[in-house]
Write a protein of this length. Structure first.
Length: 194
């Protein structure tokens, strides 16, 4: 999943073994510090979400995303297509750590929707491919993301009443908290349509 909530860049120093990650304008000299920064930013993004006193709908929401294994496998496949070789050393470390951070950056939407208490329950499903889908049922809507090619990530919302639709939300906020809030507002709008 190449779509990120906000910019993550990194510089691999391939002349040596050192890898430096740059995240939100700060440099991190270890993957541990990098992941701590990502985690801290996600925690801050969720801090301002106020739960509703009661759900807007009694339906359940199925929230589906590719699993970490599916994301790493797809990232590796795309790396091989571009570079002609398997990632190793610093390239493998970078690929795996950026993939893990991208997953956290997308999963924060699930955490935010669940915390807001829009649906009676929210179930997280890990899909085993980048192009899977999920169907709605009588008591459940579905929200899922696919990325058939690099950079083409798209969210979809599915309900029995309205069928499958592209799920759009305002991505213009400069902060993770703003993007999570916009995502939550778009989910709320879908929930009250039925």
């Amino acid at each position: 999943m190449k779509r990120k909530i906000f910019a993550i860049t990194l510089v691999g120093m391939l002349s040596g073994c050192a890898v430096t990650y740059t995240y939100e304008g700060q440099k991190y000299d270890s993957k541990e510090k990098f992941h701590q920064a990502v985690e801290s930013n996600m925690t801050a993004a969720l801090a301002g979400i106020v739960p509703l006193p009661k759900p807007l709908t009694q339906k359940k929401l199925i929230f589906a995303m590719p699993s970490e294994a599916a994301l790493i496998a797809e990232s590796t496949k795309r790396f091989v297509q571009m570079q002609g070789t398997q990632p190793s050393g610093p390239a493998k470390e970078i690929l795996e750590n950026i993939t893990k951070s991208n997953l956290k950056n997308a999963k924060v939407f699930y955490d935010g929707v669940q915390k807001r208490n829009i649906y009676s329950s929210v179930q997280f499903i890990e899909m085993q491919s980048m192009t899977g889908s999920y169907a709605a049922s009588d008591g459940a809507d579905a929200l899922y993301i696919v990325e058939p090619t690099a950079g083409s990530g798209q969210w979809y919302f599915v309900s029995l009443k309205h069928g499958k639709q592209i799920f759009a939300y305002d991505r213009s906020a400069p902060t993770a908290a703003g993007k999570v809030q916009a995502f939550i507002e778009a989910v709320q709008a879908q929930a009250i349509r039925d």
